[in-house]
Design a protein around this ligand. Structure first.
Ligand code: NFE
Length: 463
């Protein structure tokens, strides 16, 4: 029987991901012994930005993705502010936090119910639930029916979260509200009250339904609490700046699952392209000097994702990493821990919202005027729903001369690097048992727990 299994494309995630796993018997159990993940579209947003007015980056980079446009709008604004030395008013900081938190919530709820749940519970035997793989899903009919009802409720809740974001930021996704210097909307008493009402309804759903459903799935699939640990390296850039220079999520790293949070030095980030369809002569190039030059075909390459590394090491990023680094969740590193940390984070963010809304000054300033320099550089790091997100900008003759984006999925779903070290998800897949080689659902459960977004990690562009 063939040892190599290929799923291409992997469904129920954003974008196009191909997974190849080699399955062999180890101690009598058929399991993954090697994995390769490939992003199958070209990434080229960086090239599209060159020659544009720097103020356009926050609007253009939001088009990288329909799920996480908000963090791109925020971090692109921050990169330009870093280049100009601009400081934004407190109201703008809080409004960005509120809309970013809403973006996390809609993404996490959608991820659990609409992208992951069907790995564990079957839908009705009719479209759109079929066709589907017939695999072992051990949840009984009535519990499955209950979960599918929650799937439908979650669609309405996701809409409500987007409506809460829209109170301040207008259209979701791809809001025009994120501008360097601040935010476009001055908070009114009515808008704050409206957001507060939305937050209360969303919090009730998260408490009464989302968290218990994640716990229920965990209770039915306990072996996934031990699966897909990976190398235990965790990375967060930090997000949601609060008063006095503090953050709701601080930046940092965990090495090999150890408890001590290590500091983050942005200079240690490098992009590797040995196994990616890109041309470059330098190994471990810092993103401020990154080159986005397609090279296809290329001997030994198998992905359109580059392989970002910190000090030459692969790092997992995402809700589990930032909750761990913030000391808010440290139960373990596994498929189930990734789902649980994501749900716990959703609750903690929605519970933080009323306090953040209290900090808004009604009618207060949301914008500081600034002058774009003719020459300069700026970089900004933030957290997106799926983890660490960075933008690096260089301005020359008042235009964007260079731009580089590293998204969370580039970290998680990266291919092998210049030392041939597998990416975090490739590593995490090793050891995953596979019962039925025709339908390796266990592999999909591991992949989905990371919530990869290949739309973010690669981009199609005519070159
Ligand atoms: Ni397309 Fe994204 C998030 C970013 S992905 S979803 O979160 O940045 O890796």
């Amino acid at each position: 029987m063939a040892n190599l299994l290929i799923v291409d494309p992997v469904t129920r995630l954003e974008g196009h991901l191909r997974v190849e796993v080699t399955v062999e018997a180890v101690s009598g159990t058929q399991q993954v012994v090697e994995a390769r993940l490939g992003g199958t579209s070209f990434r080229g947003f960086e090239r599209l930005l060159v020659g544009r007015n720097p103020t356009e980056a926050s609007h253009l980079t939001q088009r990288i993705c329909g799920v996480c446009s908000v963090p791109h709008g925020v971090v692109a604004s921050m990169a330009l502010e870093a280049a100009c030395g601009a400081k934004i008013p407190a109201n703008a900081r809080i409004l960005r936090n509120v809309v970013l938190a809403a973006n996390f919530m809609q993404s996490h709820i959608l991820h659990f119910y609409h992208l992951s749940l069907l790995d564990f519970a079957a839908g009705p035997d009719s479209p759109p639930w079929t066709p589907e793989w017939k695999v072992d899903r051990r949840i009984g009919e009535s519990d499955s029916a209950r979960l599918i009802e929650h799937y439908k409720t979650a669609l309405r809740v996701v809409r409500q979260v987007n409506e809460m974001a829209a109170v301040f930021a207008g259209r979701q996704p791809h809001s025009p509200a994120f501008i360097a210097g601040g935010f476009t909307q001055v908070p009114t008493r009515e808008a704050i009250d409206q957001a507060r009402k939305h937050a209360a309804t969303i919090a009730a759903f998260v408490r009464s339904t989302y968290i218990p459903d994640v716990e229920y799935i965990a209770s039915q699939y306990p072996e996934y609490g031990k699966l897909a640990r990976g190398n235990g390296n965790l990375l967060s850039f930090g997000a949601f700046g609060l008063d006095e220079g503090k953050s709701f999520f601080g930046p940092g790293r965990i090495v090999a699952g150890g408890g001590e949070v290590q500091p983050l030095a942005p200079k240690a980030i490098g992009e590797h392209i040995r196994r990616s369809w890109f041309a470059d002569s330098a190994p471990d190039r810092h993103p401020s000097e990154g080159i986005t030059q397609a090279a296809y075909p290329k001997e030994g390459a198998y992905s359109w994702l580059k392989a970002p590394r910190y000090d030459w090491q692969p790092y997992e990023t995402g809700p589990l990493a930032r909750m761990w680094i913030a000391g808010r969740y440290r139960k373990g590193i596994s498929v189930l821990d990734r789902h649980k940390a994501r749900a716990q984070e959703t609750l903690e963010l929605v519970e933080a919202l009323p306090g953040w809304l209290d900090g808004l000054e009604v009618g207060g300033s949301v914008y500081t005027a600034f002058a774009t320099p003719t020459e300069g550089t700026g970089a900004a790091l933030i957290e997106a729903p799926r983890g660490a997100l960075g933008h690096w900008l260089r301005i020359a003759e008042s235009k964007i001369a260079h731009y580089q984006v590293i998204t969370p999925t580039c970290w998680n779903a990266s291919p092998r690097d210049d030392k041939d070290k597998p990416g975090p998800m490739e590593q995490a897949l090793v050891g995953t048992p596979v019962q039925d080689r025709e339908h390796p659902v266990e592999v999909l459960r591991v992949i989905h727990a990371f919530d990869p977004c290949l739309a973010c990690a690669v981009h199609v562009l005519r070159i």
